[in-house]
Design a protein around this ligand. Sequence first.
Ligand SMILES: Nc1ncnc2c1ncn2[C@@H]1O[C@H](COP(=O)(O)OP(=O)(O)OP(=O)(O)O)[C@@H](O)[C@H]1O
Ligand SMILES: [Mg+2]
Length: 225
Amino acid sequence: MKLISQGITRRFFRNGRNTNFFYALQSTDFALQEGAVTEIIGRSGSGKTTFANILSGLLVPTEGSLYLDGVELYALKDERRSILRNRHIGMVPQGQTGLQSLNVLENVLAPAMMYGDMKGREALARQYLEEMEISDLCDVYSNELSGGELRRMSIARALINSPEIIIADEPTGDLDDDTTALVLRLFRRLAEKGCSVLIVTHEQEAIHYADNIYRMEKGVLSEIR
Ligand SMILES: Nc1ncnc2c1ncn2[C@@H]1O[C@H](COP(=O)(O)OP(=O)(O)OP(=O)(O)O)[C@@H](O)[C@H]1O
Ligand SMILES: [Mg+2]
């Protein structure tokens, strides 16, 4: 499945004042390679999350277009865009996310309940939780988890609808070296099965796992490998 951005920018207002704005993302053309792991590195505040959120269908760009297999995502109504996004793009957000009234297994299954189909999903959820080494936490509520456990839960959740595209924003930021390797190996395996994987990070660590590397600098994206 192809994900392509053309001339995408994003402007933000400072202090909510519309006289005081800046571009967090300059005009960006980008095509995510299928069946590969791509990485965007860059310093804090350079615009990585802004771009990742736009690519995930979560943040409306100021200018430009995003195409998912030829469909212009931001030209669609919100509801239709949500459906396509949830079926085809698995997003691991940078912040801590978990629905507190649900346990870990239910959190992982939530996107399948809302936008996918439930056939075989519980077994898949348990398999990913096993791989993430948190299968013993299935019936624990998400507000009882550590930061790294919560991160691993959100990785399993991003994969539950078997998306063709995976966008992970600092997915290993709060994980130790062994757990980081676990997550990166899983992404690599999914890429080998044909997924397009995008990892956004300010660390260099994942670099050994990436097929393509880009750098974000003050809202400007450039290819470095
Ligand atoms: N909703 C917003 N309103 C105003 N400014 C914003 C908003 N979101 C982000 N910014 C600003 O846009 C710039 C880029 O932010 P972004 O979150 O994309 O950076 P980042 O590269 O992901 O940084 P980090 O590595 O710290 O996560 C920053 O200067 C930030 O302060
Ligand atoms: Mg960020």
